[in-house]
Design a protein around this ligand. Structure first.
Ligand SMILES: [Zn+2]
Length: 220
């Protein structure tokens, strides 16, 4: 299948090949279940919202062995939860308040270009405004990060800390706070995916209430 093709060679991917791939996808799905599309068209009840990086190597469904209909997905550069991001907030609101997902997972990945760029002093243009949020994560944890001499190891730790901070940001949203206040079953989690091994590293910051948040962030 396509996911197993050599990732470094994308020369076979063309506009036309994507449409051909679509025909193959339809044929394969119908061969397995003639009512496949009929069932999916009836609606979605995904139990999970995924907030991940836009990186092409970290597709939510493939790396968790799930299918269409099973994960609601939001992706941006470096899997950020930014409180003024109407796109992320709209997805989160719909997932929590309409779809009633039970889990929200922030998934980063080692070797994240956005995180590595944020660690540098280079100017990248428009994206610097977005990466600025990661620089804030660096500033919060600068003592720990600067004690790591190896650049790649430091970048990996920043990837992890960026996930943890974004889980924290997620908990602080009015949407998650309100869900918890009203007793809705909702857990948030932080994961880091390894491109090198395919393995997901659980950051063990899962929480399903606001007891670990600073008081100033809690709703009464
Ligand atoms: Zn990334």
């Amino acid at each position: 299948m396509c996911a197993k093709k050599l990732l470094h060679d994308t020369s076979h991917i063309t506009y036309e090949s994507l449409l051909e791939g679509n025909e193959q996808f339809i044929a394969d799905a119908l061969a397995e279940d003639p009512k496949y599309f009929e069932k999916l068209a009836n609606g979605q009840t995904p139990p999970v919202l995924w907030i991940g990086c836009a990186d092409s190597r970290v597709p939510a469904n493939q790396i968790t062995n799930t299918a269409p209909g099973e994960i609601f997905v939001h992706r941006n550069i470096a899997n950020m939860v930014v409180h003024s991001d109407m796109n992320m907030l709209s997805v989160l609101d719909y997932a929590v308040n309409v779809l009633k997902v039970k889990h929200v997972i922030v998934t980063g990945h080692y070797g994240c270009g956005g995180v590595i760029a944020a660690m540098s002093n280079r100017e990248f243009g428009l994206i610097d405004n977005w990466l600025r949020h990661i620089k804030d994560v660096y500033r919060l944890h600068s003592a720990e990060l600067e004690a790591i001499e190896d650049h790649d190891a430091r970048a990996s730790r920043l990837v992890e800390l960026n996930v943890v901070e974004n889980v924290y940001n997620l908990c602080k949203t009015t949407i998650v706070q309100s869900a918890w206040k009203h007793g809705q079953e909702l857990s948030v989690h932080g994961w880091v995916y390894s491109l090198a091994t395919g393995k997901i590293n659980d950051m063990k910051v899962s929480t399903s209430n606001n007891t670990k948040l600073g008081d100033v962030f809690k709703f009464e």
